[in-house]
Design a protein around this ligand. Structure first.
Ligand SMILES: Cc1ncc(COP(=O)(O)O)c(C=O)c1O
Length: 421
């Protein structure tokens, strides 16, 4: 029989193995993925809105696109909404545009400045396909979102990393990388950055660096793909304005979505930018758009003004979980890790000290049912070894406490320090 795997394209052969975690014991403390907490999901609102939308829109709620209807002539109105096959439901784009205008102060943003996607990962994939040619340069932060990096690799981009510090992307390093690319004859085309509550470090890029970044983008004609997925998960203080809101060149496009602030199962993502950029993304999209049903539900949720108060309530939940996680790390792991308290986002980024054997600790932690994401996932094997990402957003408080205590115990046993605490 043919080895079916021999039929794989080069792209599939070069892909990472499918990730089915196979830990040595049942996972009881899942700190692996940054998932919105189920207890925050607005179930009652969605129940009510689902019924209202079906009553209001009837079959139109389940079409590919939103056909109009002229009741006078009893005539379906065709063609005018075909654009939804590439951009998504117009009502949803109008609602998101209104939210972004209010939230980020972007006056010019309208429905035409948005393309709705199945989660923001699809938005990132479209942006890379639409704007980067094979061999062109893409810059990413030294620790970044693995899915985004994989799209860039699949596109054949020349991928290089920019250093990070506690304030996010280091401008001097960005300039240096751009010059290196130019010296190598590579056209630097795109910077992918998560300036607010960076993944995985939680850093927030200060205003002055944002200004410089935009000046550099203009000098180099560099597309800036700003990933704003965590920007609204702010637990104290203010965040600087988004790059999209500060940009006057059109070079910035912003990916975001509702997975973190509302619910990931809606798969609601988008890219916002100047219409020329949105049209480029539309030109490489062939999947017939996003779900009309989920878009109508979500648009109505936004229309009723429910998102902002929801985010405020959800952030109170995450602020508390973050505090519980930080307190537990300080109590149980402080001998072995350095932790910076993030002002927002879903993660603690732990720098591992070298006073214990992390491989042994990781094994012991996994046996105790603790599941976290090693730094290698975000930075590659060479640089990532000294880090661990702990997602606090999803686990209930008692699991955070017990799981982090078990993690500390695993680290202590790996350090050979059995002193009872
Ligand atoms: C940095 C970053 N961007 C984008 C996403 C994608 O989220 P979604 O596709 O659900 O919008 C994630 C999810 O973890 C993320 O961490």
């Amino acid at each position: 029989m043919t080895d079916l795997k021999s039929l794989y394209s080069d792209l599939a052969q070069g892909g990472p193995p499918l990730f089915f975690p196979d830990p040595p014991a049942e996972v009881t403390f899942n700190f692996d993925q940054g998932i919105a907490a189920q207890e925050t999901f607005p179930l009652e609102d969605f129940k009510e809105i689902a019924v209202d939308v079906i009553n209001r829109d009837e079959g139109r709620a389940l079409e590919y696109i939103s056909f109009g209807y002229d009741a006078g002539d009893d005539q379906i109105i065709y063609l005018s909404t075909y654009i939804e096959l590439v951009l998504g439901y117009t009502g949803m784009r109008e609602e998101i545009a209104a939210w972004l205008r209010a939230d980020q102060g972007i006056d010019w943003l309208r429905a035409d400045n948005l393309i709705c996607t199945s989660g923001s990962v699809q938005a990132i994939a479209l942006a890379v396909n639409a704007l980067v040619n094979p061999g062109e340069g893409v810059l990413v932060e030294a620790a970044s979102f693995p899915y985004a990096m994989r799209f860039m690799e699949m596109r054949g981009a020349d991928l290089r990393t920019v250093e990070l510090d506690e304030d996010g992307l280091v401008i001097a390093s960005l300039e240096q990388r751009l010059q290196e690319m130019a010296a190598d004859g590579v056209r630097p085309k795109m910077l992918y950055t998560i300036p607010t509550f960076q993944l995985p470090t939680g850093a927030v890029l200060p205003l002055e660096r944002r200004r410089r970044l935009l000046e550099i983008a203009e000098e180099w004609d560099l597309v800036v793909l700003e990933d704003a997925i965590y920007a609204n998960l702010c637990y104290e203080g203010e965040t600087p304005p988004s790059l999209l809101s500060m940009d006057s060149t059109g070079l910035v496009i912003q990916s975001s979505g509702l997975s973190k602030v509302l619910a990931p199962g809606l798969r609601s993502g988008w890219i916002a930018g100047r219409t020329e950029m949105i049209e480029a993304l539309a030109a490489v999209r062939q999947d017939l758009g996003v779900s009309q049903w989920l878009s109508r539900l979500t648009a109505e949720y936004l229309h009723r003004g429910l998102l902002e108060p929801h985010i405020e309530k959800a952030n109170a939940v995450y602020r508390h979980k973050r505090d519980v996680a930080v307190e537990a790390v300080r109590e149980h792991c402080s001998e072995f890790v350095d932790v910076t308290v993030p002002r927002g986002g879903f993660y603690l980024w732990l720098a591992l000290k070298d006073n214990f054997d992390w491989d042994k600790a990781a094994e012991a932690a996994a046996l105790a049912g603790v599941f976290c994401r090693p730094g290698e996932s975000f930075m590659g094997a060479e640089h990532g070894r000294g880090y661990l990402r702990l997602a606090f957003s999803h686990a209930p408080e008692h699991e955070l406490r017990r799981g982090i205590a078990a993690l500390g115990e695993a680290m202590r046993s790996a350090a050979g320090d059995q002193v009872a605490r």
